[in-house]
Design a protein. Structure first.
Length: 275
């Protein structure tokens, strides 16, 4: 169940590289198109994907609650693809979403900013100034997405196993590096244990979705851990009703074998107004 995640900068040449690598390896490519095809099965509309996929928060409460719920659904799609194995996950914070899964080969594709602007202008037949603005906006948006949801610097090379600079490395060489790298024995030896970790990640994601399905119950301060399909709930809520909802939601999730309830009920305190 080999898994490759590929992070890319806009205009770095990642699209042809990832398609060629998927074809050579015979792997399923999990990109925006693949997610859009199955999204209706998860209750996601094209508008939902547009508003949530690889987007930082809008800092508008109602919009962000909806986007967070939809983002968890997108992540569930990615995790379920990953469990099947032999996949390339293109973007979507795959290297962070699969943190703890030891057989993931994490790749990043980069190039100098002006090279990327030139490539994007040629590819899309754009004015260079417009291409420059779009590439800069894409960088800021994707960096913000990774920082907000995963608390990591998008450009930190230590977050990846292989960084390819396409300024000098050809597409052919880049594809070969990816195809060879995923066969490294250190990754292959981790495949058995990784499947169990992935299964637990999927249960956890389903619990997160179930808890967020009713924002009135304020499950944002609930912690969720899953080990061997047993869900452990921690953190706090503000009422006994909310606690019962979270526990029942977790217990009803597909794949959960049991629930350990360590949630604390912390009621709101009201303070007298000063005069």
């Amino acid at each position: 169940m080999a898994i490759i995640t590929i992070s890319r900068e806009m205009g770095s040449g990642g699209i042809p590289i990832v398609h060629e690598a998927a074809e050579k390896l015979g792997y399923t490519l999990v990109d925006g198109e693949a997610i859009a095809k199955v999204a209706p099965q998860y209750g996601l509309t094209p508008e939902d994907l547009e508003n949530a996929d690889e987007k930082p928060p809008a800092f508008v409460e109602t919009l962000d609650q909806k986007a967070e719920h939809d983002l968890h659904l997108i992540e569930l799609i990615v995790l379920e693809y990953a469990l099947k194995g032999n996949v390339i996950i293109y973007g979507r914070g795959g290297q962070d979403l699969l943190k703890g899964v030891k057989n993931v080969f994490r790749v990043r594709i980069v190039a100098p900013f002006e090279d990327r602007v030139e490539r994007w202008a040629e590819r899309e037949w754009l004015d260079p100034d417009l291409a420059r603005a779009l590439v800069r906006r894409s960088d800021q948006q994707r960096a913000g997405f990774i920082k907000y949801f995963f608390d990591r610097d998008w450009s930190d090379p230590l977050g990846y196993d292989l960084v390819i600079n396409t300024e000098r490395i050809s597409e052919e060489t880049a594809v070969k590096l990816i195809c060879d790298g995923v066969k490294d024995k250190n990754l292959v030896e981790q495949r058995g244990s990784s499947k169990k970790v992935l299964a637990d990640l999927i249960v956890r994601k389903r619990v997160e979705i179930a808890v967020l399905s009713q924002p009135d119950h304020d499950g944002n301060h609930v912690s969720i851990d899953v080990c061997d399909a047993v869900v452990t709930l921690g953190g706090h809520v503000h009422s006994e009703e909310a606690r019962r909802f979270v526990v029942d939601a977790a217990a009803g999730v597909e794949g959960a074998r049991g629930v350990v309830d360590n949630i604390k009920v912390v009621e709101y305190r009201s303070f007298p107004r000063e005069h």
